[in-house]
Design a protein around this ligand. Structure first.
Ligand SMILES: [Zn+2]
Length: 399
């Protein structure tokens, strides 16, 4: 077992307090958006191995069978297939979606064939992997995710009547289906800058009138107004209205399958994802939006999103998803109790979000774990026990 040293990513939307507080530090003078725990090539955690510091990605590559175990190596190769993060959003992230496995492979191969360097700004597919993700709230958490159910969309369409977007909206008996949503979405992104500004300002006016009326559309209108303050004139303000607005209470989680448009808006959470960099942006960003590729990748079908209800087994609550790359669970321990693994499937990372404990593996190796600390448990450590008090997140493969 190895204590992890982790990298903090200082993106502009991050909080100056949440990650610092978790790590037992005073407020940061720079925004801290994400704490990364894993072996991602861009910001691998490091461990102390045989007396020297080594990046976890290198340590794993040299000892794949011992650290990952046969089933993980057979399925994913000599790489840690998941990345665990603490995510602290003071401001909304950009609207984005991630490709599925076939789309990622095809896009990666096509950009390689076209000779686009991996780190070029115009590169979309930086690896051949999909990127499903799960976010478990530590504080009340707000997100936008997936296009709203068909029954709700006409009320949003009503905000678009009159003005340049009017012709894009399905009318009368026209079906409100994936094709209609795709047509509207594509049409909004294809507007010239003047028409775009006009649409955004007329929708913002309509939202101002709705925001006081109560109900879900008032809440959605409130979000649109807030987004417009941060990204004035961005067409993402209008797209955000088409998406489900999801509120999570601490302990609730949201699963983002590939191909669904989403944006985390506000809050602190634990995020686990397939280790990949493939992001297609769709607004609320100064970065380039590759509209054609985004439209090819997105799933436009109307969707009623439900939080993932944890499945409890003793002190451990599992957030089950279909993703084979990861499985997240949360362990709550009362004063001085002991929890033991019942199953080991592959490599694990254990993060302490509250309290303190010691981990002891089957060989008798012990590591201390405090709030904000994390431990990599190689597969060949076999079973282990957590003894102490507090809240712990356990990340492993979903095999
Ligand atoms: Zn995402």
């Amino acid at each position: 077992m190895f204590s992890l040293e982790n990298r903090v990513q200082e993106y502009a939307w991050g909080s100056r307090e949440a990650i610092a507080t978790l790590l037992g530090q005073g407020p940061s003078d720079r925004p801290q958006a994400e704490l990364w725990m894993g072996a991602h090539p861009a910001a691998s955690s490091s461990i102390e191995l045989d007396g020297s510091r080594e990046r976890l990605i290198d340590a794993i590559a040299g000892r794949a069978d011992a650290f990952l175990g046969g089933p993980t190596v057979d399925r994913f190769g000599a790489r840690l297939p998941f990345l665990l993060k603490v995510l602290a959003a003071d401001q909304p992230l950009s609207l984005q979606a991630h490709p599925d496995e076939a789309q990622a492979r095809r896009g990666f191969d096509a950009e390689n064939a076209a000779g686009i360097p991996i780190d070029a700004p115009e590169r979309t597919y930086r690896d051949p992997h999909h990127k499903p993700e799960l976010l478990c709230a530590l504080t009340p958490f707000d997100a936008l995710c997936g296009f709203r159910p068909a029954a709700a969309l006409p009320e949003v369409f009503a905000l678009l009547t009159g003005g340049p977007a009017d012709a894009l909206v399905p009318r009368g008996a026209a079906p409100v289906d994936a094709a209609a949503v795709a047509r509207l979405f594509q049409g909004l992104l294809a507007l010239d800058p003047a028409a775009r500004r006009e649409v955004v300002s007329s929708v913002v006016e309509a939202c101002r009138a709705r925001a006081q009326a109560g109900g879900w559309l008032a809440r959605a209108s409130g979000w649109a107004l807030r987004l417009h303050e941060l990204y004035p004139g961005d067409i993402g303000v209008v797209i955000a209205l088409l998406l489900n607005d999801v509120h999570l209470e601490p302990g609730e989680a949201l699963y983002l399958p590939p191909r669904r448009m989403h944006a985390y808006v506000h809050g602190v959470g634990i995020e686990i994802m397939a280790s990949s960099d493939n992001v297609l942006r769709g607004g609320l960003t100064p970065k380039h939006v590759n509209v054609d590729e985004l439209v090819r990748v997105l799933d436009f079908s109307p969707w009623r999103v439900e939080p993932v209800a944890p499945r409890q087994a003793g002190a451990e609550s599992f957030y089950d998803t279909p993703a084979p790359e990861f499985r997240l669970s949360r362990i709550e321990l009362d004063a001085a109790s002991t929890w033991r693994t019942a199953d080991r499937r592959g490599p694990e990372i254990v993060l302490c979000t509250r309290g303190q404990a010691s981990l002891t593996d089957a060989r008798g190796v012990t590591r201390a774990l405090r709030q904000g600390g994390s431990i990599f448990v190689p597969f060949d450590s076999r079973g282990y026990a957590i003894e102490g008090e507090g809240q712990f997140f356990r990340a492993t493969v979903g095999l």
